[in-house]
Ligand binder design. Structure first.
Ligand code: ADP
Length: 245
């Protein structure tokens, strides 16, 4: 099935919560309460910024969603998986439903752009025919079709992040988690990266973007979830100053 069509199907039919946290607390073994009584719902098709100062609990939230850590209390559901009950051997299956974009890109330097993206499908034994179709398609989505044979060290920061976004998209995840995706790129290119994530979101993929950059959030607006000292202190839709969705 065509990617865009599938998104429409997902958007139209499987409506529901992509992420649901119910009264979740996380206390690390050191005794630090990183999240306290957090309840949060991210709908299918949402775009949400998660903001908050360093140490507020943003990374802890992401780690919870990927089941890198478990909630000390409360329940977490991601893409239909109830994480509290999820068996260890099912964790890779959960993670394949999530595309992740990191601040430091995490591209493989010895592989070309094409290979970096195709690698995701190769490790899950996707058919060659699908790889040959899907990889050029996502490279086109992020505007990098001309860079297929380039290596990461031949790309700008913005281009590297585009590759990382294409890689996150290639397996057609329902949810993309972008962890400070603009942290290592110039402000003007940062705007383009968020714009790209917004476009992907408009095609049906739910996007959760963690950021420090208040200026970006102000410009784009949308749903803003502010975490402070382990608690959600603000969760509202705010109008952007410079962007019309
Ligand atoms: P943020 O991503 O917003 O900077 P974190 O989720 O990393 O915040 O951290 C939230 C709190 O939990 C902080 O007080 C931090 O020091 C603490 N913390 C994070 N990871 C651990 C850990 N593995 N063990 C103990 N404390 C941790």
């Amino acid at each position: 099935m065509n990617f865009a069509l599938k998104c429409i199907t997902r958007k139209g039919v499987i409506r529901g919560f992509m992420v649901e946290l119910n009264d979740v607390s996380v206390t690390y073994s050191s005794g630090v309460d990183a999240l306290e009584h957090v309840s949060l719902k991210i709908n299918d098709g949402d775009f949400a910024f998660v903001v908050g100062a360093s140490g507020a609990g943003k990374s802890t939230l992401i780690k919870l969603l990927l089941k890198e850590i478990d909630a000390t209390s409360g329940t977490v559901t991601v893409n239909g998986y109830q994480l509290n009950r999820l068996k260890k051997k099912k964790i890779p299956e959960l993670r394949r439903t999530i595309g992740i974009v990191f601040q430091d890109f995490r591209l493989i330097s010895s592989m070309t752009v094409y290979e970096n993206i195709a690698f995701v499908l190769r490790v899950i034994d996707s058919p060659k025919k699908l790889i040959r179709k899907r990889v050029p398609y996502v490279m086109g989505l992020v505007g990098l079709q001309d860079k297929a044979n380039a290596y990461p060290n031949e790309l700008s920061g913005g281009e590297m992040q585009r590759v990382a976004i294409a890689r996150a998209l290639v397996n057609d995840p329902g949810l993309i988690i972008a962890d400070e995706p603009t942290g290592n790129i110039d402000p003007e290119l940062s705007y383009e990266i968020v714009d790209l994530l917004k476009t992907i979101n408009m095609q049906g993929t739910t996007v959760l973007m963690v950021t420090h950059e208040h200026e970006l959030v102000r410009r784009f607006g949308g749903r803003i979830i502010n975490i402070s000292a382990g608690q959600v202190v603000f969760d509202e839709i705010v109008e952007g100053t410079d962007y019309e969705a």
